[in-house]
Structures are given as structure tokens and as C-alpha cells.
Design a protein around this ligand. Sequence first.
Ligand code: TEU
Length: 542
Amino acid sequence: MEQQKWWKEAVVYQVYWRSFNDTTGNGTGDLQGVVEKLDYIKSLGVDVIWLNPFFESPDKDNGYDISNYYSVMDKARDMATFEHLLKEVHKLDMKLIMDLVVNHTSDQHPWFKESRSSIDNPKRDWYIWKDPKEDGSAPNNWRSYFTPSTWEYDDKTQQYYFHSFAIEQPDLNWENPEVREEIYKMMRFWLDKGIDGFRMDVINLLAKVEGYPDVEEPETINYLGNNPGIHNYLKEMYKQVLQHYDVFTVGEIPFVTPEDGLLYVGEDRQELNTLFHFEVCDDMVQMDLPRFKEIQKRWYEGMFGRGTNSQFLNNHDHTRLVTRFGNDNEYRKESAKLLGTLIHTLPGIPYVFQGEEIGMTGVDFATIEDYQDIAMLNKYNEEIEKGRAGTEVLEELKLLSRDNSRTPMQWDDRENAGFTTGNPWIKMNPNYSDINVKQALDDKNSIFYYYQNMISLRKKYKVFTYGDYQPILEDHPAIYCYFREYEGEKLLVVANMSDEENVFDYLVDTSGAKLLLHNYAVENDLSYSKLNPHEVRVYLWT
Ligand code: TEU
């Protein structure tokens, strides 16, 4: 019988604070802005807030380039405000997890400044330095997430340093025990302040491929992570830090199969509690239902009862779900409710990205100048340097641009949607006059109230959390349908993921069941009935 844990029954709300609520008028959200919206977050029924990085940083990659782990970025405000936020979160009986970004630091971090100052500096080995090849070129042909090469040459010491992301984000050398001890000390500093856990940034990139050999296909970048030695580091981190606190950890774990995934979160592994895998968000550009079903089934079979998965379809790196995986136009509300229902009824811990609960959409800025994300701008420049036309490259990069989910939160229809009285750090999505929290709270049929009700049902019935997973109509190209069962509770989820009507050609007696959730008025019995475009229904037998 699966062990019950508080975090297994949690629903997590992700707050990208710089785009959430600005209380100073400087155009960037801040931690005080989160404090002022805690009642709103609480009213949704969520349990845990995941706060993106707010540490001191030159902000080249929106805080994922940290220059001081012990202080709060001015834009976010200060340590006192963070401590106040944490206290207020706990007062509302919620929990707060923060981002742990320890695969790399900023190149402005004093550790790196020391490391690059000279070959024999005591901190040289805190980062990864290699000599050039005989012809002066980079040590190997690896590509990084954000640049054509993972290597940046340093004129002063005539060596290359390694970076899995931007050149401003040099990777720490986790082989060095001093580095690991320093990170564990930092983790204890924040845990002793009372935080409830960590979302761990690309945590399976810490171990590198021995010898850094050239690879056949640099474009895949999967050589960056899931390498031998990673589990030694995570076991040590658990032993040295995590086991001493009642905390929740979720690892961002790219490039893994369910079997690999279990090595990170298996209940007997003493490493992490849960993970984000990226078979959907990294590898499936738009909704491909047969593939989505296959991924969900394989991860369920690979993990169920032994490790805990997560369910998400967007975050600060991945385009808003209704735009990428649904229909953000004529069926925006229905589609948003349907996709939300999948996230909250499929096996795993559900994540809500700020604005998802009101059906915010991706954005279509006119020019490259409107985009801010270093990953997109780097890719744009790389393609331009190849001689390609700007307009063509821009169109190509728009759908998956990370800025799609980073436009400011839409609170109401005032100027700048009530996000700021200043000039927003990134342009607003012009549809905020129609799509905003005020409008959603005034509409009893809104996506907000659907999410609120769904989350309360998830709290009431344990089958949502601990139920098994029995897919049916597995070959249907447009209808996604599955049962979940747990201790006498049985759920049936039926979703028509198409702009067209589809017939539910399957016999199921729903007479004894309760219709828990639906996004259309239901006039007919389910069996062999016509489902409307993007219609979803959830039935429960007890
Ligand atoms: O993201 C890593 C990243 O690039 C994700 O977009 C990707 O989907 C995932 O790793 C699977 O490959 C993290 C942060 O979320 C992102 O914002 C940072 O830019 C990046 O790490 C570097 O810290």
C-alpha cells in the first residue's frame, strides 16, 4: 500500500514573481506583491507555492544566474520581505518551496571571479576549466542549451570554461567536495529559515560525462545530463541535508525514461521526492494525443506505487498550455478547463502556473525587440549569423518562446492590467482587457471557479492522488479516456481533445455515478453520445 505523504496530496501554484504583482511601480513584480495576493492564491485551494529564484543576480537569465545565494535581489525587495512572505504563507496554512539553482552560478559570482583570476587560484577547481585543442579550438563539440558551444575561452588564463546554459552561467564542478559542502551549507541556511522544500533546477546535470568526448549529435544536448555519478551527489545531499528536514523536493530532470526517473525518486532511493520529466514539454511541440497517451501510460507503469511523478503542461519556460496544447481562440475556456482537468486527474502532483487558472494565453509580439528571453535572443542571433532572414526566424521561434508565459499577470482591465503603475519589464499581452482575474471572479462559469472546484474535489477524494490508471479507447485519435480506482472510489475522465464533435463510442453505465466535473451542460447519457469540441466530463462512483 502506497505510503501517504503531505506532499503527495499537494497542489502546487508556481509564482514567477517578476511578472506577478508590482508594488513599487518600477515595472517588475516583487515579493511584497506576492504577499498582497496570498489571499487570492489561497482562495484557489492550493497548498504549496513554488517561487522562482529571487537571489542577488545580474539577471541575465531572469535570476537563474545567481551571484549571491544569501541575499535577495533588489528588484524582488529584501530578506525582511522574504521572511514576512514566508510567515504569511504559513499563517494561511500553505507551504513555500524555492528554486535551488546549483548546477551553475552567475559569472559575476565572487566564486567565479576568483576561479577565473588565475590558474592556481584555490577556487579554480570550483568550476570546469579545460585547455584548448591543439588548434586552439574548444575542448569538444558539445552544444549548450542557449549557445552553439558549451565552452567559453578566457584570454587571461588561456583556458575554456564550461557552461550548460549561457556564457554568463558557468557550471560548478560538483566533483569538488568543497563546492558540495558550500552548497549544502547554503541549503541549510534557507531550510533553517523555515522554507518547505526545493524545486531543483536541472538537478541531473551536476555530473558530467567523463573525459568530455566529442559526440555524434551535438544538437540533441542529452549528453548534458543523467550521467554516471549523479546519484552519489543526490544521495549525499539527502544524507547531509534533506533527511534532517520535513521537506518536499521536486527535481527538474530532463533526458530520462521512467526507469531512470525512478532512480531519482524511488521511495527507497533516499534522493528526491518527485520529478519533472520533459517528454511532453521538451519533445512534443503541440498536442499529439496518441503520443501523449503513450507517454502518460509508460510513466504510470514505470513509477506507480514506487515513485511520484508531476503533472504540468506549462511553466516559466514553456508556452501557456491553452495556446500550445489546446485552442486559445473560439474554445479557450473549454480547452483550458479540459487541459486543467487532465493535469489534476492524471497520476502525479499537479502544478498550476500563474495565470493558467484564468486561461491566460501565449503572446505574439510583432518584433524581436519585444522579446526579452536570453534563450530566444541567443537562438535568433545564431540563426541571423547563418544569414537567415529575421522575419522568418522570428516566426519560427514565437510558439515556443519562453516569453509566452512570462508576460505580466492580468489582474483587471485597467492600464497594464493592474500589474504595475509603471512601465512593465516585458510588454503586456494585449488581450488583458478580456482575460483577467476580475473578469474571472465575476463569472461563475469561469476557468477560475472550475479550478477552485476541481482542487477541492481532489482534496475530498483520495482516488485523485492514489488511484491506479486504466486507460480505455487507447487508439482513439481525439478522445482521451481513463478510469482511476482507489479504495472503493472510481473516477472516469472523458475528454474530446478536438475542435470537432466526436462520438464516445463506448458503453459505460453512469447511472450510479456522480458527475463531478463538466465544462458543457450535460443533457445526455455518456454512452455513444456526441461530445462537444474540447468537452470534458469526470464521473465518480463511491
Ligand atoms: O530550465 C532548463 C531548461 O532549459 C528548460 O527549459 C527545459 O525544458 C528543461 O530543462 C528540460 O530540458 C531551467 C530553468 O527552468 C530555466 O528558466 C533556466 O533558464 C535554466 O534552467 C538555467 O538555469
